[in-house]
Design a protein around this ligand. Sequence first.
Ligand SMILES: *[C@@H]1O[C@H](CO)[C@@H](O)[C@H](O)[C@H]1NC(C)=O
Ligand SMILES: *[C@@H]1O[C@H](CO)[C@@H](O)[C@H](O)[C@H]1NC(C)=O
Length: 361
Amino acid sequence: MEMALSSATQSAIILPAFFLPILTFVFYTRFLRSKTSGPLPPPTQITNLFVYPIKSCHGISVPSARLLPTGLDLDRQWMWVTYPDYKFLTIRNLSKMTLIRPSYDATTDTLSITAPAPNTMDEKLYFFIPAHPTSEWLAANTEIVPATVWSTTTPAHCYSTALTGPFNKFFGKEVRLVYKPPVSDSPRALVGNGSRKMLGRDASTCFADLMPLLVGSEKSITELNKRLKMAEDLNIDVRRFRPNILVQGHEPWSEDRWKSIRLTPSAGASGWKFGFDCLKLDVVARCARCHVPNVDPETAEEHKRQPWDTLMKYRRVDPGITFKPCFGMLCVPRGGGGKVDVGMKLEVTQVTDNHRYVVGM
Ligand SMILES: *[C@@H]1O[C@H](CO)[C@@H](O)[C@H](O)[C@H]1NC(C)=O
Ligand SMILES: *[C@@H]1O[C@H](CO)[C@@H](O)[C@H](O)[C@H]1NC(C)=O
């Protein structure tokens, strides 16, 4: 049976059909754009992943890594401390700490740690430990001590000197190695821009200075290297900045405005459930730098001026910490974790003009 539509019914259909696109347009331009603070940069790709198992020691480049709420697995879960007060030791205290090299053997799930022996050319100090120790192993080989990183003191597992003793010779004093499991009853809560007050949720990390992850851009290191080449004929490796995730990048320093990002498999990657598996990160602050990047991690030699002097000329870009230059973005994973691979796509989902570094506590 055919039925003519009343003119009221007709306009009930035609009017929304006419206005809906306009309303959608207004919603997008007014609401979403103001929320994202301008156009988003195009997606880029992860070109390298680095973990630094022991704070301030040599890093390892890996093809893939597990992302945990505390950062990449095996990243800064260990740290050297003074004895008997368990205060953190870093490249700032002793630049040759970069000569301590952890390496990871996946078949035995072991970390081996080596360092040059003092006063010899080819001897090495070494020991090895489980990379994912069981609580039984920890109970038998470590004791709980209060370890201090900057302004926070957190319980950590301290290894027996039966294992780490030879490294006292390398440091020239009594030191201890401590471990913080990524899942812990007493997590080391983030401070500053990562605090509950700022982030809106509880988040923690092991022994990184501040935040679980540092993301760096190749476009930016290349731009910095152009300046270093002109200034002092220098070219530095991005590893001096100790990023975890390195991306190709779009424009140099466009990461300064990232607010949230997501990692998705590159086209054609297998083993991903279609459409659902993406890893979201909050970009909580720019990374304000100290003199550590002046140290060449391969040789432990410290350059008197660079790249510090050059960075100070043009990278004091954060209104919260104007006396320090910035390189890289500090991030906190949102929600559960997953596997991160070199080649994955990084998409910026939100940008901001309001980044402001908040000094911890
Ligand atoms: C190591 O360096 C840090 C950072 O500069 C400093 O706070 C700490 O007191 C130093 N520790 C020692 C034992 O020198
Ligand atoms: C860090 O905290 C400050 C102060 O609350 C805030 O202005 C800034 O937007 C925060 N940074 C980010 C990226 O949320």
